[in-house]
Write a protein that binds this ligand. Structure first.
Ligand SMILES: [Zn+2]
Length: 176
């Protein structure tokens, strides 16, 4: 995946969550390839760890323990809203963009499967968490062309919901 292809996912995550200043979108895009192999928690933690740390007083004001990491550079990426969730702001923005990338890839795979298969291919979208009012409503069987329109999930209360999608092939079509 080329770095440009992460751009729409990163920009959706930045605007939906409002934790990271939009001018840092390119910084997050550059981190996305790493998030494909390393959990965003580890990637974000390293960004917080690298560079000059803020003072203990500043940490206390932000609700961060003294042994928690927060570099000046990492803090400057956050909006006022992001500073209310300083340890999760970057991580959850990356995680949301990552799930969005995965879904886009999956939808492309479904198109590819449809090209190779003479039976109708559907995307089965499953709610991953029953306690999320938006995701609990999911249990949809849609054509690949309609799958992307289900996201972002309306009414999803989480920063980054890991909604699963799987291929469902209608093998019985045309069979009597
Ligand atoms: Zn949800």
């Amino acid at each position: 995946m080329h770095q440009d292809e992460y751009a729409p996912h990163v920009s959706e995550a930045i605007s939906a969550l409002g934790y990271v200043k939009p001018e840092y979108a390119s910084v997050l895009e550059a981190l996305m390839p790493r998030c494909m192999t390393e959990h965003p928690h580890a990637v974000a933690r390293e960004i917080r760890k690298t560079g000059t740390q803020i003072t203990d007083d500043e940490k206390t004001r932000l609700g961060i323990k003294r042994n928690g990491f927060m570099s000046r550079e990492a803090l400057s990426m956050l909006t006022d809203h992001g500073k209310q969730h300083p340890l999760l702001a970057l991580e959850n923005t990356l995680l949301r963009a990552l799930f969005s990338c995965y879904r886009e890839r999956h939808i492309e795979e479904l198109y590819e499967l449809q090209r190779q298969c003479d039976k109708p291919v559907f995307a089965l979208i499953k709610g991953a968490v029953a306690d999320c009012p938006g995701c609990a409503k999911l249990d949809l069987k849609v054509r690949p062309s309609e799958a992307a329109a289900q996201f972002p999930i309306v009414g999803c209360s989480r920063d980054a919901c890991a909604v699963l999608m799987e291929a469902d092939i209608d093998f019985l079509t045309g069979v009597n």
